[in-house]
Design a protein around this ligand. Sequence first.
Ligand code: SF4
Ligand code: SF4
Ligand code: SF4
Length: 355
Amino acid sequence: MKEVFIGRENLLKLIGRWAKDHRVYVPVTFDIMNHPETPDYELVKEEVPASLELHGACPAQTPKSFLFYSREVVSKYPNSNPEAEVEAPPTVLVGPRACDLEGIKKFDKVYWSTKHFTEEYDDPFYIEKRENTTIVSVDCTAAKETCFCTIVGGKPYVDADFDLNISPVENGYILSVGSEKGEKLMAGSDDLTSEVTGGHHDEQKRIRGSVTEAIERQNAEFKVDVPYDKHELGSDEDAWAHVTANCVGCGACNRACPTCTCFLLWDQKADGGYERTRNWDTCLSIGYARTGGGGNSRANLPQRLENRIRCKMEYSRDRYKLVTCTGCGRCIDVCMGRIDMREAIKHVVTEMAKA
Ligand code: SF4
Ligand code: SF4
Ligand code: SF4
């Protein structure tokens, strides 16, 4: 794998070069709402923002915001060609973490199925964006108190499935090329980079090790004897009612989650005709499982929270061979009831073991 070292000033120049022929999003620190460990994305315009933040943990938004828009017109009618144009300009997304790349795996399986899973469904809106987006992942240099990737089989840095990866080290960054797309981004940048030294590698190893240890330490209390990929959560009504006690059914947990792939189609009048939009859906909403004739298989809130958590830990494992909770902690960060995925799983698995 090709690796180079780059200082901060030169990295800003390199990103500026990418922005000449790509739409580039970078993580920056915001003054309000976010604390320094939670940056969020900003579009690079004239200049790369000086508030570029490559330290800390995963940004507030997930890559799905860029690959599967929260609202997108997918059809206009009446029209001789009812399929809407796909909006997918060349894009570089700097900042996804290892947990985010795990999240993209679920989208690949669901919406680019012929390449990544079975031959069931290929979504042109997703595939074109995915093909035209280069992912520049970043090692986590700190953990939020809600990060728990290590208890669901992950780690706070990548070693596969990235295009280009940034490892922050002292006085700069190690850039590692992981794909042809990453190679293209680095073309013609020799004037900005130098060789990676043994000292840089030692520093990378030290940071990766210490963040991994910090995540393991802060999650020791949430471990259960059953391995995460063997969890059977079951439908114990009392156990689910207990974990749902503070839930208000707002669906923020679904929207913040890097692996929630559900959508709802919505038709409305537009430009003398009609347009059909695809919108993120949330299974915490009462209407999610409503059927014609007034039926609802998940009319109660505990049933809906049960569905969300079992979808991540069991249904995706059975359907896609993937546990789709990546441990990013975002559902905990956004929950007004402070419902903690780790506590919920531990409670239900423990109650199941007693049954
Ligand atoms: S964010 Fe929290 S309160 Fe809102 S639906 Fe999810 S679990 Fe319930
Ligand atoms: S069923 Fe719920 S938890 Fe599963 S992907 Fe859909 S919205 Fe997310
Ligand atoms: S369920 Fe929560 S912790 Fe797991 S991937 Fe989704 S947002 Fe992250």
